[in-house]
Write a protein that binds this ligand. Structure first.
Ligand SMILES: C[S@@+](CC[C@H](N)C(=O)[O-])C[C@H]1O[C@@H](n2cnc3c(N)ncnc32)[C@H](O)[C@@H]1O
Length: 366
C-alpha cells in the first residue's frame, strides 16, 4: 500500500466514504504524493502518456507547437506580441517550443506567464526554459495578472486533468459515486446520495439531450460532470481585456459525451502507456482523466463573456494552421531517420485513429 493509499484509508476509516471527486483531487494533486505533485515522470516514453507537444525530440520544435505559433502569428499578431499565458504547462515543452517558434517568426510575446498548480512541474518548467535561454521572458504566477491584460491564453490537456464528479442514474434515483473500504480494507466503489446541485445538473443535461432527440439513457447510466469549469474559466479570463483563448483537449459536445452508448462514462487511468479502468488502484501512481464536455465549456465561456470563434478537430485546426508547411522541408530530406520520425509525429497528431479526431480545439475571443 503506498503512502497516499494509507492516508486515504485512514481518512475513510475516520470520516466515512469519500466522494470520487475528492478521491481524484487527492490522487492527482495531494502534496508531494499526488500523480502531478510527486517527482515521478509522467510524460513521454519513460512516463505514462505522451501529449502532442512531447511527440518531437527536444532538439526539434514540435509540429504541434510550430503550427500553433504559425496560427497565432498569422491570425492574432498583435495579441500574440502582448501577453501569452499558458495554463497547466506540464513539462514546459509547449512553452519552450512556442517561444522558439515565435522567435523565428519574429512575433515574440512581451511576456509568457505559466500558471501551473504543481510545484514539481513548475521546477521542471523552470529547468527546461532556463536551458533554452528563455528565463528573461517567462514568469510563474498562480493566476493571471489582476490588472487588465490583453493577449493569448492557451491550455493543452488542462481540462481533462480537472477532478470530476462521477454519478450513476437509476430509473428512480441518482447516486454520487464514492470510495470506501471493502472487508479486506481495499479501496472500493460505493454509492452516496447525490447533492441537490449535482442532481439538478444531471436533470438539466437530460432535458437538453431530450430536446436534441438523443435516445434516453440505458439504466443504470454512469458518467461524470466537471463542476470546476465555471470558476476556473472565470478566474483565468476575468481580467482579460481583449484576447484569444485556445483550449485543446480530448472531448465531445454533450450529445456525444452523454450518448446512451457511453453508459460507463469517459474516465480512464493511464499507467505505462496502457489505458485501463481500475481507477482506484495505486492512487498517485497512475493518471486519472475524464474527457471534456465541450458544451459545458462553451456555456461556462459564455458566462465569462467569451465568444466562440471555432470548434474543430485537432486535425482540421492544425491543417488550417499550416502544419503541412512545417512538414514539407523534411519530406525530401537526405536524412531518412528524421524524415520518418517527423512523418510519424505528423500521423500521430492528424490521423483520426490517433489524436486527429478525438482531440478538439475550441477557440474563443473576448
Ligand atoms: C495532462 S497535463 C498537460 C501538460 C501539458 N499541457 C502538455 O500538453 O503536455 C495537465 C497539467 O495541468 C496542471 N494543472 C491541473 N490543474 C491545474 C490548474 N487548475 N491550474 C494550473 N495547472 C493545472 C497539472 O499539474 C499538469 O501539469
Amino acid at each position: 500500500m503506498n503512502a497516499l493509499q494509507k492516508q486515504i484509508t485512514c481518512d475513510i476509516r475516520e470520516h466515512g466514504p469519500l466522494a470520487f471527486i475528492d478521491f481524484m483531487e487527492t490522487a492527482l494533486y495531494a502534496d508531494d504524493h499526488g500523480y502531478y505533485t510527486s517527482d515521478r515522470s509522467v510524460f513521454g516514453a519513460s512516463g505514462d502518456f505522451v501529449t502532442a507537444p512531447e511527440l518531437a525530440p527536444p532538439e526539434q520544435i514540435s509540429l504541434f507547437a510550430g503550427s500553433l505559433a504559425q496560427h497565432l502569428s498569422r491570425q492574432h499578431p498583435s495579441l500574440c506580441q502582448q501577453t501569452l499565458i499558458e495554463v497547466g504547462a506540464g513539462s514546459g515543452r509547449l512553452a519552450m517550443d512556442l517561444l522558439r517558434s515565435l522567435q523565428q517568426l519574429d512575433c515574440m510575446p512581451e511576456r509568457y506567464i505559466l500558471i501551473e498548480r504543481s510545484r514539481p512541474m513548475q521546477q521542471r518548467q523552470q529547468a527546461l526554459l532556463g536551458q533554452a535561454g528563455f528565463l528573461d521572458k517567462v514568469c510563474w504566477q498562480s493566476m493571471p495578472p489582476t490588472q487588465d491584460w490583453s493577449g493569448i491564453l492557451i491550455a493543452n490537456e488542462l481540462l481533462d486533468a480537472l477532478p470530476v464528479e462521477r454519478f450513476r442514474v437509476y430509473p428512480e434515483r441518482i447516486a454520487r459515486l464514492g470510495v470506501t473500504l471493502d472487508d479486506q480494507d481495499q479501496l472500493s466503489w460505493t454509492e452516496l446520495p447525490a447533492p441537490a446541485e449535482l442532481a439538478a445538473q444531471i436533470k438539466a443535461i437530460r432535458t437538453r439531450l431530450d430536446t436534441e432527440h438523443v435516445p434516453d439513457w440505458p439504466m443504470p447510466y454512469t458518467s461524470e460532470i466537471c463542476p470546476d469549469l465555471d470558476d476556473l474559466l472565470a478566474a483565468l479570463t476575468s481580467s482579460m481585456h481583449s484576447g484569444f483563448v485556445l483550449l485543446i483537449d480530448y472531448g465531445y459536445l454533450q450529445h456525444e459525451y452523454y450518448h446512451p452508448q457511453r453508459h460507463m462514462g469517459t474516465l480512464v487511468s493511464h499507467l505505462a502507456h496502457r489505458g485501463h479502468f481500475d481507477l482506484l488502484a495505486r492512487p498517485g501512481e497512475q493518471d486519472l482523466s475524464a474527457f471534456v464536455d465541450f458544451s459545458a465549456v462553451l456555456a461556462a465561456a459564455s458566462r465569462c463573456g467569451l465568444q466562440p470563434l471555432g470548434f474543430q478537430t485537432q486535425a482540421e485546426f492544425l491543417l488550417q494552421a499550416g502544419i503541412d508547411e512545417l512538414l514539407q522541408p523534411y519530406l525530401d530530406a537526405s536524412d531518412t531517420a528524421t524524415m520518418l520520425q517527423r512523418n510519424a509525429e505528423f500521423k500521430q497528431l492528424m490521423l483520426p485513429t490517433e489524436m486527429g479526431e478525438k482531440f478538439k480545439v475550441l477557440s474563443l475571443r473576448k
